[in-house]
Ligand binder design. Structure first.
Ligand code: DGL
Length: 251
């Protein structure tokens, strides 16, 4: 099992691809970013499912033998139907909130994700399970997704948007933040700077990677990646730049 398809609405999943390249280097990855239809976060389940079907068909045509849905939104919307409709191993994003709940912290937890993810039964159920443990505030960030799609990952625009998103929240009580959208991993440094060094940031990239590693085992040979965007060449070049920068920071 060598070729792995990695799929996201746009740039976000590159943050998971970077970890796959670093930690599971002996595979050939084909990354499909559906930038022509991004952002997914405000779209309907049916629309996201139909984008996901198209992406998976394309990845299968290109020879992928397994699929990673490197997008929390597409995982919530389409993981089940993709499993029913396609005969290949499929890995979705693990729910990012679980990691935060394993900690014993009691302060307010902000969950940054798309509106679709935050309204999904999966998220509502996990948030309910933990509501006695600490206060959870869902925080959708569609503008942040757009900024990352434009390769803006630091600076004033990000800070201003975080400011806007935090209005009405007593930030003194916040001691944890969940990054429940793969795009937001690119903003981790700015998010930490904005909320302060005492705030713990959680994501599920490590857990998701562990599942993929367990499911597929170590690859043999290979060791390549190719980036495809439904929005064309220019996007593919931007994705390459984002991935290289991110890989440099990660290594
Ligand atoms: N990267 C996506 C996620 O993890 C979604 C961003 C979007 O397209 O709205 O949820």
């Amino acid at each position: 099992m060598k070729k792995i398809g990695v799929y996201d609405s746009g740039m976000g999943g590159l943050s998971l691809l970077a970890r796959l390249i670093r930690d599971m280097p002996s595979y050939d990855y084909i990354y499909y970013g559906d930038a022509a239809n991004a952002p997914y976060g405000e779209k309907s389940r049916e629309e996201i499912q139909s984008f996901a079907r198209k992406a998976v068909k394309e990845l299968i045509t290109l020879g992928c033998e397994s699929l990673v849905i490197a997008c929390n939104t597409a995982t919530s919307a389409a993981e089940d139907i993709l499993r029913e409709e396609f005969d290949l191993p499929i890995f979705g994003m693990e729910p990012a909130i679980s990691r935060a709940m394993a900690s014993r912290d009691k302060g307010t937890l902000l969950v940054l994700a798309t509106s679709f993810t935050l309204n999904s039964p999966r998220f509502i159920k996990s948030a309910k399970n933990f509501e006695n443990q600490r206060k959870i505030i869902p925080m959708p960030g569609p503008t942040l997704v757009r900024l990352v799609e434009d390769s803006i990952v630091e600076g004033e625009e990000i800070r201003q948007e975080l400011e806007k998103m935090s209005q009405g929240i007593d930030l003194h009580t916040v001691d944890g933040i969940v990054l429940g959208c793969t795009h937001f991993l690119f903003l981790e440094k700015e998010i930490q700077r904005f909320f302060g060094p005492h705030v713990k940031i959680y994501d599920s990239h490590g857990d998701t990677l562990a599942l993929i590693d367990n499911g597929l085992g170590r690859g043999q040979g290979g060791g390549s990646y190719r980036l495809i965007s439904s929005a064309g060449k220019d996007r593919e070049e931007k994705s390459q730049w984002m991935l290289e920068n991110y890989l440099r920071e990660l290594r």
